[in-house]
Design a protein around this ligand. Sequence first.
Ligand SMILES: NC(=O)c1ccc[n+]([C@@H]2O[C@H](COP(=O)([O-])OP(=O)(O)OC[C@H]3O[C@@H](n4cnc5c(N)ncnc54)[C@H](O)[C@@H]3O)[C@@H](O)[C@H]2O)c1
Length: 314
Amino acid sequence: MTGILDGRAAIVTGAGRGIGRAIAEALAAQGASVIVADVGTSISGDGADPAAAREVAAAINDGGGEKAIAFTESVASPGVAKQLVETAVKNFGGIDIVVNNAAILRDAFVFRADPADWDAVIRNNLSAPFYLINAATAVMREQGKSGRGGKEGYDWGRIVNIVSSAGLYGNLGQAAYASAKAGLFGLTRVTAMDLARAQITANAVAPFARTRVTDIIQPANEAQKTYKERALRIGAHHVANLVTALCSPAARSITGQLLGVRGREVFLFGQPRPVAKLEAGKPETLAGELTAKLGTRFTDLTTDLEAFNTEPLV
Ligand SMILES: NC(=O)c1ccc[n+]([C@@H]2O[C@H](COP(=O)([O-])OP(=O)(O)OC[C@H]3O[C@@H](n4cnc5c(N)ncnc54)[C@H](O)[C@@H]3O)[C@@H](O)[C@H]2O)c1
């Protein structure tokens, strides 16, 4: 059987369960060899259990071949990111696809949050993707020059960063998580720009799917309650479907984009650009001018859970 990712090597972080697992399985089903990277930690990042990654790798290999390898160290360090890429190169001959999906949550209102939790979330959800992109793209660029990908040229470098609508809209009590995800979007843009000449694409995907994380949402209001009830019906395979498409040869011209996926709906998000302007007066008058002239264009404080509480297409 041939797939759209035959012969390609992928790393998926956080692939031991939830959305990451669905992505790893979908990439493998299309012919990619996959490193299932998951330390097996709790939602808040406490503890480690290699069983999840091993089970997913075994399940993929059960389908035939030695396509999957479990990698069970935490990816939140530059040294481990390098090791992860070396594991792909050693076992699969290169690295073509990186999906930064692993994340943790340590929610608290900004006025109560512990700075140590902030540091842990930023390191895990933003610095770790940087470490991996940094290590993997250095190898991808060299592969491009040395002809990996055959006669048709190398147009296979694919980076997909799993972000969150919480980093775009914001959500109550998610300062660290939303900041990390907003930062990951910034990292996606710069990665797309820095690697455009090397034909390596980088895109951000904001997913919606039922996982252990949506199961524990504590709704803060009616809109969030509706969001949760509807989220419980959405399978992670829809996210995997979009990510797989973005990793395929046909997606070579899609880069620097911010997409969302919720069931069968795929969203293209706008990216922040000026929507209005005025010529500034003095500080005593500027706030009044801003309100009077641009106030109708101000962005309201709708949370992401409120914005996406509509009926999903499943
Ligand atoms: N579920 C949703 O609706 C939703 C919404 C928005 C964003 N997301 C994003 O989607 C991604 C997957 O979410 P999920 O709901 O499947 O989460 P999950 O908690 O079910 O799975 C995350 C996995 O990442 C692993 N992980 C965390 N830190 C790691 C590290 N340092 N090294 C290796 N593995 C690590 C965990 O062990 C876990 O298996 C995350 O980036 C999350 O922020 C999910």
